[in-house]
Design a protein around this ligand. Structure first.
Ligand SMILES: Cc1cc2nc3c(=O)[nH]c(=O)nc-3n(C[C@H](O)[C@H](O)[C@H](O)COP(=O)(O)OP(=O)(O)OC[C@H]3O[C@@H](n4cnc5c(N)ncnc54)[C@H](O)[C@@H]3O)c2cc1C
Length: 402
């Protein structure tokens, strides 16, 4: 399958370049240059071994080293910590392009590191924490995970039970986490804990737990429907002593950290789905041109063209709502409603787009080598992870004062 972008194919067919998508706001020329570099990197370094990593249920840590070498792990972080001094838009480009590797598990592992686990350290961490955790994370030397979900607390974050009791010089942590991306390989886990006995949001705090701390164990590497190349773990904490210098942000104010992080996480998921839908659409158009049935390419059958039109509308409407939310977020507006809409709109559509692509591919779509069955399996997590569709609708409903 040729990865030729739609815009270039259109140009080859005589459509003027001006009609092609070029740097839609909030992205400008600089971002499109970065996009071209990332696209090359993904095509050369990540796409070729992606299937092997999927089969092995693991991508090597070397990926983090390679990404760090070209500066991609620190695009939005200040230069004083080894970052590139860019902003969220640069990260957005990377995350939109990663799905072209054809492995959402790979994207999830990288995304957990740059998108959900290290941002709280940057935003709420002390100078010492930034030196100990953010800097080596940007260099790809220490891998990060975010631990919020527990066996009995998913959507209901306030139900977290992992308990951190104050002791001399720090905390003693008991409890467990589940479904933690990068959890098996992580060198540190930004972990949500309860620091009071009262229920609800009030007593939540964050501690950074480090690999090697006594009593901190990876209890299980989980087997999954999709995201095969990423490691997803169950973690167990038994009397883990965590020094007080590993408290991230203020004690009992962890709920604000979670809320701040969610907006960016959901935007990243929307962006990844936009990138995923685009890659699937391109492959499917290519396939429909080549595959013949009843004496002509299947693309010449109206029913197939209509399916492709449906895919394209889902992609472009998803892109519009996502870029709008990204623009508002980037400009510092309260974009909770728009981000929630973008997450809701794109996740189910990404799965639907993969499902339509599967239908267009026929039997070939069911076969591993075309990557379409993987796209469908991988996309199914979207309406569940990072806040389910039901929770997104609840947030939206409440945003109208209902
Ligand atoms: C592969 C994978 C990777 C993940 N990575 C991470 C990670 O790195 N870090 C992390 O902390 N978490 C991670 N998660 C967890 C993920 O964010 C949760 O799965 C998600 O928040 C949903 O929680 P749950 O699975 O416990 O579902 P539940 O909360 O048990 O929900 C089950 C169903 O009930 C519905 N429901 C629940 N409450 C309501 C309500 N009030 N109204 C209507 N419907 C409701 C839900 O929408 C859902 O359909 C990951 C999950 C997976 C599968």
């Amino acid at each position: 399958m040729s990865p030729t972008p739609l815009a270039d194919r259109a140009f080859e067919k005589g459509v003027p370049r001006a009609a092609a998508r070029r740097g839609l706001p909030p992205f400008g020329e600089e971002h499109e240059e970065l996009r071209a570099s990332v696209r090359r990197f993904v095509a050369n370094e990540l796409a070729p071994p992606a299937q092997r990593w999927e089969d092995e249920r693991w991508f090597p840590n070397e990926v983090f080293h390679k990404l760090a070498a070209v500066g991609y792990l620190g695009l939005k972080y200040p230069e004083e910590y080894g970052g590139q001094g860019g902003d969220h838009l640069h990260d957005a480009v990377l995350v939109e392009e990663l799905p072209r590797a054809g492995s959402a598990g790979l994207g999830a592992g990288v995304g957990a590191h740059i998108g959900i686990a290290t941002p709280p350290v940057w935003k709420f961490g002390t100078e010492d924490q930034k030196r100990r955790f953010l800097e080596p994370a940007i260099r790809g030397e220490r891998i990060a995970a975010l631990g919020i979900t527990e066996p009995d607390a998913g959507s209901d974050v306030a139900g977290i039970r992992t308990r951190a009791r104050r002791v001399d010089g720090g905390y003693v942590v008991n409890g467990s986490k589940t479904f933690i991306t990068n959890g098996v390989r992580a060198d540190f886990v930004v972990t949500a804990v309860k620091t009071t006995d009262e229920g609800g949001h009030q007593g939540l705090s964050f501690l950074i737990l480090e690999k090697g701390m006594e009593g901190f164990a990876v209890s299980r590497k989980l087997e999954k429907m999709g995201w095969h190349a990423s490691d997803t773990a169950e973690l167990a904490f038994q009397d883990v002593f965590v020094p007080e210098e590993n408290l991230l942000g203020e004690e009992n104010r962890g709920f604000y950290l979670i809320m701040a992080n969610f907006q960016w996480e959901r935007l990243l998921m929307a962006l990844a789905s936009v990138g995923g839908m685009e890659a699937t659409l391109e492959r499917t158009i290519e396939f429909a041109r080549e595959r013949r049935a009843f004496g002509r390419p299947i693309a010449k059958h109206q029913a197939i063209r209509h399916k492709i039109a449906d895919m394209a509308v889902r992609l472009e409407s998803g892109r519009a709502v996502t870029y709008n939310a990204l623009r508002l977020f980037h400009e510092g507006h309260d974009a909770v409603r728009e981000v929630t809409m973008a997450k809701l709109k794109t996740q189910r559509d990404c799965f639907e787009v993969a499902d339509i692509a599967l239908q267009i591919h026929g039997g070939a779509g069911y076969m591993k080598e075309y990557g379409i069955e993987r796209a469908a399996r991988d996309a199914r997590l979207g309406p569940i992870g990072g806040g389910t569709d039901e929770i997104m609708k609840e947030i939206l409903g409440k945003s109208f004062g209902l």
